[in-house]
Design a protein around this ligand. Sequence first.
Ligand code: GCU
Length: 420
Amino acid sequence: MKNFLILLVLGTLSFGSPSPAQQVEPNYEESGVPDYSLPDPLRFEAGGQVNHVEDWLERRKELVTLFEKHVYGKSPDWDGELHAETLFENPNFLAGKASRKGVRLHLKRNGREVFFDLLLFYPNTGQPVPAFLGLNFYGNHTLASDAQVPVTEAWIRNNEAMGSSGNRASEAGRGKRIPNWPYEAIISRGYGLVSLYYGEVDPDFDDGFRNGVHALYPEERRNEASWGSIAGWAWGLSRVMDFLESESWIQPEKVAVLGHSRLGKAALWAGAVDTRFALVISNNSGCGGAALSRRKYGETVARINRSFPHWFAANFNQYNENEAALPIDQHQLLALMAPRPVYVASGVEDRWADPRGEFLSCVAASPVYALFGLQGMPVTAQPPVDEPEMGHIGYHVRSGGHGLLPYDWEQYLDFADMHF
Ligand code: GCU
C-alpha cells in the first residue's frame, strides 16, 4: 500500500511538471492567453490616423498587401478565358418550386486548362434572386440524393498523391451533406444556392503548385509570398462570381459568400480581396480565419503551418510562436469587409477554433464600421450560447461543436434578409 501511495505521488508530481510533449498541448484556458495588444485597423503603418472613408480606402489597400505578403500570399490577376458548359438542367426540381443545374466552368490560359463543376439551385420565382455561394468539402453529389449529379473525378485527374489527404469524394457520400446545405429551406426563403467542390479548385495537399488553379500559372513559382491553397480557393470563388454575373436568375449584387472551417478562411479572404461579394460568412473558421492569432488559444499559427504547409504563404511561418511580430491580426481581415456585412459563427465546443477569439475579432473590427456610420458588433461582451447578435457584423456561438448546421443557416438567412 505504501509503495502504491509513493507511486501515486510520483505520478502526480510528474504530471505537475509537464514533459516537452505535454508542453505543446494546445491552450484551452483563458488564463493561458498571453497579454497582447492588437494592431489598430485605423492607423496607417507609417503612423497617422484614418479619420475618413477616403483614408480608409488607402489603409484598406495597405492591409490587403500586408495579408497577401504575410498570411495568404498574392493571387494572380485573372487574364485567361472563362467558358461555361451546362452539364444538366432540371427546371422542375422540388415539384416545380425550383430549378437545379450543373455547370462546368472551364478556365483556359496560355494553352492550359482547369475546370470545376458548379451545382446551382434557385427558386422558380421568375425574378432574379439573391444567393449564397460556398465551397463544399466532399463533392457536389453529397448535396444531391439522386444520380444526376456525378461524383467528381478530381481525384483521378490530380493523381493518387491526394489519396493521403482525406476528403476523397466517393459514391458512398451521395446526399450525405444535404443537412449541411439545406437547399429546400434556402429556396423557400427566396434565395439561390451555388456550391462547388473545393478539391476541384485546388486539391488540398502540398503539391508544389502542380495541380488545381495553381497549374494555370506555372510561371508563379512557390516563393515566400506566393498564393497558398486558401488564396487558391478564394480565387476560384471569384471566378464563379465572374460567371454568376452573366446568369439571369441571380442578383449578382446580392451574393453572400460562405464557408465552413478551412473554407471559412477562404470565404473571408475571398470577401477581402473581391468586393463584389456583398455579404461574407465565416462558419467556425478559427485560426487563419476569424480568430485572433495573438490569443494563441486552441490552434496556433505554428500548429496550422506545420499541419497544413500549403494553405498559406511561406512567410506566415515567420510568426510561428512569434504572433506579436505579425504586422496584422485577423480582426483587420474582418474589417476589410466594411461597409459590407460580415457574419462570424462559432460552436461552443469547438475550442480548437477559439470561439472567444472569433468574437473579440468582431469587436475589434467594429471601429471601421463606425467610420462608415454603421454599427459593427452591437455588444462588447460575448453573447450567451444560441443568442445571435446582428449589426453590420453578426455573431453567434451555438451549442455543439465544429460543423455547418441548420441552426447556423437560420441565422445566415435572417442576416441576409436584414441586409439585402
Ligand atoms: C483542421 C485545421 C483547422 C481547419 C479544420 C477544417 O482542424 O486545424 O484550421 O479549420 O481542419 O477545415 O475542418
